[in-house]
Design a protein around this ligand. Structure first.
Ligand SMILES: Nc1ncnc2c1ncn2[C@@H]1O[C@H](COP(=O)(O)OP(=O)(O)OP(=O)(O)O)[C@@H](O)[C@H]1O
Length: 586
């Protein structure tokens, strides 16, 4: 499998919202109908006021009973408006809760089926965004925007119908003002998607630079390399500001005009000026003018929420597209015909892998790692060590060749079985916020305290744990807190020993260890190898001098193999790396 093209968050795919809303279509229709009825009822009190004015102006003497009838109609309208609005919100929120509940479950289930490599590449950010931000956008659409939009359309339709009955010319004038608002709004929104995507990209860069700074704060402070990271952050912030300023500069006039024509003021000015002229030439009654002053001037009030609702729908579309994209990620293919490995020898057979389908991160690597032995993967940064090791638990599937465990292609072993036969000790997932004992026990939940201690002893970490303030019960923070790099490494080795999994993949600590720690990790590794197939991604050559075989990778290719002594004698890349780490000329 080759990794697919990078995803651009925020780009809306057409139809995503409609497709995701399919299960709650009925509820949404009901919610829209109730909103429309509520909005129609909401305009009745305004019409009642206008009609009361008409009655009082045209027939002041005999007005009382008609006035009371209109008061009752207005009150009934207000009551209905409230009742229907509550019902519409209830249906909308119910639909919202059921859809979001369903989507959260689908996302979580789907995440469980994705190749682990996806999580490494995408990071927790994408998962977090789908589970919070994107779903929140959907909530806005279902629970709020839909009702506001149908409400606005209904108010315009009912209001305009009433006003047409009163005077067609005046109605057209009032609607012309609102049409100008819509026109300028469209002009302002023309390049919205381009600007939004630029802003989203800038925000993503700011967030990445902040995380990079926070994650690397120790390195930044120790080695004073904050400048580069901070420069990236500053550039991202500048780009965000520029993107925003460009957007504002482009839309400032159209947006101001849209606000102007969408205001009560503009409608009032147009209606009053033309209305008074018509009254003066005798073609419009004063009562009719009052109807326009009350009902037409009220129309913009219900349109404004619809403008922000339209933006909510736009964001909802992006959220829906992100969720749909996540749900459509291909799951890890499970074998249709499962095979059972015989033993746990690991074999890389002419393995090639490319992340992007263009460059090979690993190319034509063949090696056999027998049970009871330690194989070390070494090589310069970017040589392909982590990638090669990741192919074994199927974080990714090979592009070419095969990885076998016990003679069976890993793609023919059900993924749960494959993963349970392995203990994976990667640096980035090493320790959890729990006690020392529980961190070791993850290897085999249910293991007794004695078994945990025995594993710690075999990993040469027991004595260190005993010296901690609360011994095995000492809580660790997520990063391993009070433990040194070498101690954390041995703790994860203890976990692997306890798990009893026959295949162990261990990503060795990248940070430099003091000589005592290196010796202890070396001993711990020897303890781990007992009967297991161990593959170590080695960054510090000292810890793997005792490895049974060392595979030296460079640019994705296997360039040397042998024991430490063989490779030193060979005088190639390994010998040069060793000399560099020892600080002596090769
Ligand atoms: N998730 C990924 N997506 C795309 N390219 C990647 C990914 N992970 C690694 N690469 C690229 O694949 C190549 C091999 O990287 P890999 O991490 O396997 O090397 P490594 O030997 O483990 O390096 P290091 O010692 O720095 O960890 C590099 O060019 C790297 O940039």
């Amino acid at each position: 499998m080759s990794a697919s093209a990078p995803e651009i968050p925020g780009l809306a795919a057409p139809g995503s919202l409609r497709r995701l809303f399919t299960p709650i279509r009925g509820h949404l229709a009901l919610c829209a109908i109730l909103s429309a009825l509520s909005a129609a009822a909401g305009i009745v009190p305004y019409i009642a006021v206008a009609e009361i004015a008409r009655v009082m102006l045209e027939n002041p003497a005999g007005a009382a009973s008609t006035v009371w009838t209109w008061v009752a109609v207005g009150a009934a309208g207000a009551g209905l408006w409230l009742l229907l609005a509550v019902q519409s919100a209830r249906v909308g929120h119910f639909a919202d809760a059921s859809l979001l509940h369903d989507l959260r479950r689908r996302i979580v289930r789907h995440l469980g089926s994705l190749p682990l490599g996806w999580f490494r590449a995408a990071g927790s950010g994408k998962v977090k965004r789908a589970m919070t931000g994107d779903l929140e956008e959907m909530h806005e659409v279902i629970a709020h925007a839909l009702g506001q939009l149908t409400g606005a359309v209904t108010v315009i339709a009912v209001g305009a119908a009433y006003l047409f009955a009163v005077d067609a010319r005046m109605t057209l004038i009032a609607l012309a003002v609102l049409a100008l608002m819509a026109l300028f709004y469209r002009i302002a929104m023309r390049s919205m998607t381009t600007h939004m995507n630029r802003l989203i990209a800038a925000e993503a860069r700011i967030s990445a630079a902040s995380i990079e700074y926070a994650d690397g704060i120790q390195v930044v402070k120790t080695f004073g390399t904050g400048g580069r990271v901070l420069r990236r952050f500053d550039e991202a912030v500048d780009e965000h500001t520029r993107a925003f300023a460009d957007w504002v500069a482009e839309v400032q006039y159209s947006s101001a005009m849209s606000r102007l024509f969408g205001s009560e003021m503009a409608v009032l000015a147009a209606v009053a000026a033309t209305g008074l002229a018509f009254v003066a030439d005798g073609t419009l009654g004063v009562a009719d003018l009052v109807a326009f002053l009350v009902v037409a001037v009220g129309l913009p009030t219900s349109i404004l929420p619809a403008v922000s609702a339209a933006q909510g729908v736009r964001k909802g579309r992006m959220g829906a597209a992100n969720i749909e994209r996540l749900l459509s990620r291909a799951p890890l293919p499970e074998p249709s015909l499962a095979s059972t490995p015989t033993g746990h020898e690991v074999e890389f057979d002419r393995v090639t892998f490319s992340y992007d389908g263009v460059t090979n991160a690993v190319e034509d690597v063949s090696a056999v790692c027998p049970p009871g032995s330690v194989t070390a993967l070494v090589g310069p940064s970017g040589a392909g060590k982590t990638t090669l090791a990741s192919l074994l638990p199927r974080f990714y599937d090979v592009t070419d060749g095969a990885v076998r465990v016990g003679g069976v292609d890993v793609r023919s072993i059900p993924s749960t079985e494959l993963l349970s036969s392995m203990s994976l000790v990667f640096q980035d997932v090493a320790l959890l916020r729990d006690s020392v004992a529980e961190n070791i026990r993850i290897g085999r939940p249910g293991a007794s305290d004695d078994e945990v201690r025995a594993a710690a002893t075999a990993a040469h970490i027991h004595d260190v744990i005993e010296l901690l303030p609360q011994g095995y019960d000492t809580p660790l923070d997520g990063g391993g807190g009070s433990l040194s790099g070498g101690e954390r490494q041995r703790l994860t080795i203890a976990r692997a020993i306890l798990s009893g999994a026959p295949v162990v993949v261990l990503d060795e600590a990248t940070a430099a260890l003091d000589p005592d720690s290196e010796a202890a990790v070396q001993d711990a590794l020897a303890g781990l190898a007992d009967g297991k197939t161990v593959i170590v991604i080695a960054h510090r050559l000292h810890t793997i001098v005792g490895a049974d075989q060392i595979l030296v990778l460079d640019g994705g290719r296997l360039v040397e193999r042998g024991s430490h002594d063989d490779l030193l004698a060979h005088g190639g890349l390994y010998a040069r790396m060793w000399a560099a780490q020892e600080g002596v000329p090769a």
